[in-house]
Design a protein around this ligand. Structure first.
Ligand code: CP
Length: 328
């Protein structure tokens, strides 16, 4: 049975399937939003990611030598760009890169992203793009001759590969069905939270607490999606009320320019007092970078997984690159 359809964006949209049905990885052309990932596709990705852990431990592979990854970043990044580039090198491939496309690409001359992608797509086998506008990755995918991977779009779009590595980090620790998660911080524009909420909605008996100042709460589009999936959720402004109930504490930054002054940002911070309230086997995740919302003293707590989470980005991105390169 064919469960895919082509959207106006030109990428194959994966309808929800269940484990045990035919894996749909061959249909993955571009990675623009996390809703594209079906359960079989996630299982395929995570199985490959486990394999990548072993390949990295052996020093990498040469399976994709002569393949070229282009990284096109219109906005700053440390983890995403470096991990994608490291992933391609670990697979034996090569990398073309601009980490400041707004200054060092022909956008400065007024070139539209569509033209830039058509050109770079002629030189490379896969393109990773972080665009400063919410539709930047979709516009790129609509014209690209090679796979596009969205590495974060705009302020409030999505960051699907971050959500994939977040989910993989949890999956390595425990089953995903029955999970309870608290998302904390600036949720309305939180690309990683938005993408991970979409993925969590695909599993059974998920409970989500969205914890933030009311003016920064998660947007209705995510809640409507969770309603359609019958996912239980609550909107909460007091971190203390929920932190002892959840398996995963997913912390994010509140940017100072969002009108939240330091005392408000500290009210949502994880510190020694919050640690004492958390379950003994809970996980603390953060997409990073961090500021005041995650005290450095938390780093030595065994529940702090955010550096391992970032390392998992290498394995998951290696796995994703192989899926896309092998489906060409
Ligand atoms: N988590 C994340 O996207 O980090 P970077 O902005 O450093 O890529």
């Amino acid at each position: 049975m064919n469960h895919t359809s082509t959207t106006t964006n030109g990428f194959a949209e994966q309808k929800d399937l269940h484990f045990g049905l035919e894996p749909a990885s061959m249909k993955l052309r571009h990675v623009v939003e996390s809703q594209q990932f079906t359960l079989p596709l996630l299982m395929d990705l995570f199985t490959r990611s486990r394999g990548m852990e072993r390949i990295v431990a052996r020093g990498g592979s040469l399976d994709h030598q002569n393949r070229i990854l282009a990284t096109l970043f219109y906005a700053p990044s440390t983890r995403t760009r470096f991990s994608f580039e490291a992933a391609m090198y670990k697979l034996g491939g090569r990398v073309l890169s601009t980490e400041q496309a707004r200054a060092f690409s022909s956008e400065v001359e007024g070139e539209r992203v569509e033209d830039t992608i058509r050109i770079i797509g002629g030189f490379s086998d896969v393109i990773v793009i972080r665009h400063h506008e919410e539709d930047g990755a979709q516009r790129a995918a609509a014209v690209s001759p090679v796979p596009i991977i969205n590495a974060g779009d705009g302020c409030g779009g999505q960051h699907p590969t971050q959500a994939l590595l977040d989910l993989y980090t949890i999956y390595r620790m425990r089953p995903l069905d029955g999970l309870s998660v608290a998302f904390i911080g600036e949720l309305d524009k939180g690309r990683t939270v938005r993408s991970l909420a979409y993925l969590l909605g695909k599993f059974e008996r998920i409970r989500i607490f969205f914890v933030s100042p009311p003016e920064l709460q998660i947007k209705p589009d995510i809640l409507e999606y969770l309603d359609r999936r019958n996912v239980q959720y609550e909107l909460e402004s007091d971190l203390n009320k929920v932190v002892g109930e959840v398996d995963v504490v997913y912390q994010t930054r509140i940017h100072p320019d969002r009108g939240a002054d330091l005392p408000v940002r500290q009210k949502y911070a994880i510190n020694s007092s919050i640690l004492q309230r958390m379950k003994p086997d809970a996980m603390i995740l953060h997409p990073l970078p961090r500021t005041v919302e995650l005290d450095k003293t938390v780093d030595s707590d065994p529940r702090a997984l955010y550096f391992r989470q970032a390392t998992n980005g290498l394995y998951v991105r290696m796995a994703l690159l192989t899926m896309l390169l092998e489906s060409q």
